[in-house]
Each structure stands twice: as structure tokens, then as C-alpha cells.
Write a protein that binds this ligand. Structure first.
Ligand code: BGC
Length: 440
């Protein structure tokens, strides 16, 4: 792979780092914000979830924006939005302005969650596309882990403004980096800037034959005239949309963010003593999440997307079923902590090399170029709605249905996801982006 392509993907992946950091950092910061602003429970929950509402809004418009002003400019705008949101949140005089700041941060996350994987997959040569989009997921997990560590380090003095404000550093790097990055050659062809598009392809592919093949397949895919919403009427594009939305929702309703957002609470349910012990265990979960994403980076282009999905989902099912069984035992108190920790590690580790990266990868691959921005936007929007619902209702589910039934439901949904992948998801390994077809 050319170092140039890796550089382009890494800069765009900073959007993922900010996604991870900004969703993860609130878990520690909220304790101190609650104290400083005297928040009631309801206000506290809203301070956490307002960012997800911003994500929904941001992802809804990101695709149209990326089709209009380009992938590169949309990522630049995302960087500026992240920066503004971090500054407003860090310097806020009161709760209302903090909510505005966090909403703005959410818009930045919404933008980058649509456009970063889209841009990376459009710049990547087919042979390493899986690894490069998985790099984006890796950046998300690094962002989450760094957020946990920053929270831990700054907790002693309750410095929540610093926790939220430190996001300015990666935002500035994203802005500076994207200024030096090229536009996606696919977008350039679509906008009829053929010469510039060819120059970009020459920087990605050294081999003239590979370059010519890529150019031809892009041109062919642009021959049909229908674009955007109009393209969504075609049966094949609708089928892609069905797969994109379903995968995005399944990624959330199999429960990942109960662990990412509520890990310490789950450890406490399992009887882990102190708050600091459970925060430490949460950092362990964050580390496993990060390290296991490397498995996807190494294997997704060799073994393919579907084998990794099957293996990961099977592991997630076992882990969740073990957790559900453990919580159902009345007399497990001694070993419950260890079982909970073990299952959560297994669960997160298996998510990290399967459903985590591969959902972002597949939704950036399955749409034809003329419907890609829009299709990716709608799928990502569904991902954020799923995220919002699960994280809003997790604690209520535990209260109403009990811990065992709650985790049992997530386990069952892993099986549903396996069946879904078997029935509908195409294998896209090594295929040129424009050759990928979804059966209507
Ligand atoms: C998901 C996020 C999740 C993260 C965990 C991402 O792929 O979309 O909702 O928090 O993975 O690593």
C-alpha cells in the first residue's frame, strides 16, 4: 500500500478519534458537572444524551453536504464544528450553554461518522479498503480509551472543563490535516472534474492498468442519470438501503453502548466494590476494544467481511448469554464480579473485530456512487437513533425486566444478526467499489 493512502486515511480517521473521545468523555465529566450546576437526575440524563440528538441531526444532513461541497470540505467543516463545540462546552457559564455546546459537538460527530468512512473507502484501493475503514473504527476506540484515561487523570480535582475542552487538540489536527488532503477522486469524477480526478487516482495507484480499470468502473457507474433521492427509487438501491439501515440498527441493539457508556454501573451491579475499581475495569474494557480492532485491520481483507462477522457475533452471543445466566443465579455473589468482567471483555473483544468496524465498512461500500452520500447518511442516522434508544432505555429495561432478561434480549439479537448477515449481506472483499452490487 502506498504511504500516501495510509496518510490520507489516518487524517480522516481523526474524525473517528473525536467521535470516540466526545462520546466517551462525558461518563466521567458528568459526576462533576452535576455537582457544579446542581443538576437533577433528569437534567443529568439529558446532558449525556443531548450529544446523541446532535449526532442524529448532523448525520441527517452530512450526506447531502458531502455530495454538494465534497467529502474533504465536509470533514473540514466537521473539524471546525468539533472545535467550536469543545470551546463552548469548556467555557460555559451555565447548564443551558453547556447543552448547546454538547449539541454542537454531536453535530460534529454526526458529520464525521458519515463522511470519514465514506471518504476513506473512496480513496482506498480495493485490496486494502477493509483495513483502512477499520482504521477509522480503531480511531474511535482509541478516542474512547483516551477519554476514560483523561477522565481518570483529571477526576482528582474534578476538572470537567478540561475534560471537555481537550477535544480542541485533535480538532485542530483534523482541520490542519484536512487542509492538506486531496478530494476523493470519485467525488471529482461525479462533479465532472475529470483531470483532477485522474491526478488523484495516479497518486493512489502506481500501476497504470489498475488505475485505468478503476477509472473505467467509476465512469460506468456514473452513466445512469438518476442521482440522490431519485436513485433511491431503484430496487437495487432500495435493497442496499434496507441492508444499510438494518446493519446500522443491529450494531446498536445488540447492546454495545450499554457496556461503553454504562460499564461502571454494570460492574457495580455485579458487586465490584468501589467506584474507582469499576472505572479501572472500564479502562480495561476500553483497552480490549482498542486492541481487538487490530484483528479486523489485519484480517478483513484476507478472510472477508462475513466470516469475521459470524465469528464475532457468535462470541458476543456466548458472552451475553453467560452474563444473562450469571445474573439469573441468586447465589453467585462471590464469583459474579469475575464472570461479569470476563463476559464483558469477551463481548467487547468480539464486537471490536466484527460488528464495530465492519458495519461502517459495509455501509460505505454497498451504495452506488450516485446514492452513496445519501445512503450512508440514512444508514448512519439510523445507527444514531438506535444508539439513542438503547442508551436511553437501558437502565429502565434493567429496572423493569431485570438484568438477566435484558442481557438475554441482547444475546437473542446477536442470533438475529447472524441470520440477517447470512440472508442479505454480500461479501465485498477485494471488489472494486463500483463493482459491488446488492441483489434487489
Ligand atoms: C459504534 C459506537 C460504539 C463504538 C465502540 C462504534 O462502531 O458505532 O456506537 O460506541 O463502536 O467502540
Amino acid at each position: 500500500m502506498r504511504a500516501y493512502v495510509l496518510l490520507v486515511a489516518s487524517v480522516a480517521a481523526l474524525g473517528g478519534l473525536l467521535f470516540g473521545y466526545d462520546t466517551g468523555v462525558i461518563s466521567g465529566a458528568i459526576l462533576f458537572i452535576t455537582k457544579d450546576f446542581g443538576l437533577a437526575l433528569r437534567e443529568q440524563a439529558f446532558t449525556i444524551s443531548v450529544v446523541l440528538i446532535g449526532c442524529i441531526a448532523g448525520s441527517a444532513v452530512a450526506g447531502a453536504l458531502a455530495d454538494r461541497i465534497g467529502r474533504r470540505w465536509t470533514l473540514l467543516v466537521a473539524g471546525v464544528v468539533f472545535f467550536a463545540g469543545a470551546i463552548v462546552s469548556a467555557f460555559t457559564p451555565n447548564e443551558a450553554i453547556l447543552l448547546c455546546g454538547r449539541f454542537v459537538v454531536g453535530i460534529g460527530i454526526g458529520f464525521s461518522s458519515v463522511v470519514a468512512p465514506l471518504y476513506i473507502s473512496e480513496v482506498a484501493p480495493a485490496s486494502v479498503r477493509g483495513a483502512l475503514v477499520s482504521l477509522y473504527q480503531f480511531a474511535i476506540t482509541v478516542g474512547i480509551l483516551v477519554a476514560y484515561l483523561v477522565d481518570y487523570a483529571l477526576a482528582a480535582h474534578g476538572q470537567w472543563r478540561w475534560m471537555l475542552g481537550l477535544a480542541v487538540v485533535p480538532s485542530l489536527v483534523l482541520i490542519g490535516g484536512m487542509l492538506g488532503m486531496p478530494e476523493s477522486p470519485r467525488y471529482l469524477f461525479k462533479m465532472l472534474f475529470g483531470d483532477r480526478a485522474r491526478d488523484e487516482l495516479a497518486r493512489i495507484y502506481l500501476d497504470p492498468a489498475a488505475r485505468a480499470q478503476e477509472e473505467q468502473s467509476i465512469r460506468e457507474s456514473l452513466r445512469t442519470r438518476s442521482q440522490g433521492w431519485e436513485a433511491l427509487r431503484e430496487p437495487a438501491v432500495r435493497a442496499a438501503l434496507f441492508i444499510g439501515i438494518s446493519l446500522a440498527v443491529l450494531q446498536q441493539i445488540t447492546g454495545i453502548n450499554t457496556v461503553i457508556y454504562y460499564g461502571p454501573q454494570i460492574f457495580q451491579m455485579a458487586g465490584v466494590g468501589s467506584a474507582s475499581a469499576s472505572i479501572l475495569e472500564q479502562s480495561l474494557v476500553g483497552t480490549v476494544n482498542c486492541v481487538m480492532t487490530l484483528v479486523a485491520i489485519f484480517f478483513v481483507d484476507r478472510l472477508g467481511r462475513k466470516p469475521l462477522l459470524y465469528a464475532g457475533l457468535a462470541g458476543m452471543f456466548v458472552a451475553l448469554a453467560a452474563l444473562a445466566a450469571a445474573f439469573a443465579q441468586p447465589h453467585l455473589s462471590g464469583s459474579l464480579g469475575a464472570i461479569a468482567l470476563g463476559s464483558m471483555m469477551l463481548y467487547v473483544g468480539c464486537f471490536a473485530f466484527s460488528l464495530g468496524p465492519i458495519v461502517w465498512l459495509l455501509i460505505s461500500e454497498i451504495f452506488p456512487l450516485r446514492a452513496r452520500g445519501l445512503g450512508m447518511s440514512i444508514s448512519t442516522l439510523s445507527n444514531w437513533v438506535g444508539n439513542f434508544l438503547v442508551s436511553q432505555f437501558f437502565l429502565t429495561m434493567v429496572e423493569r425486566l431485570g438484568r438477566s432478561v435484558t442481557f438475554g434480549i441482547y444475546a437473542a439479537l446477536c442470533i438475529v444478526t447472524i441470520l440477517f448477515v447470512r440472508a442479505f449481506v454480500p461479501e465485498t472483499k477485494q471488489e472494486l467499489l463500483e463493482s459491488i452490487r446488492v441483489r434487489a
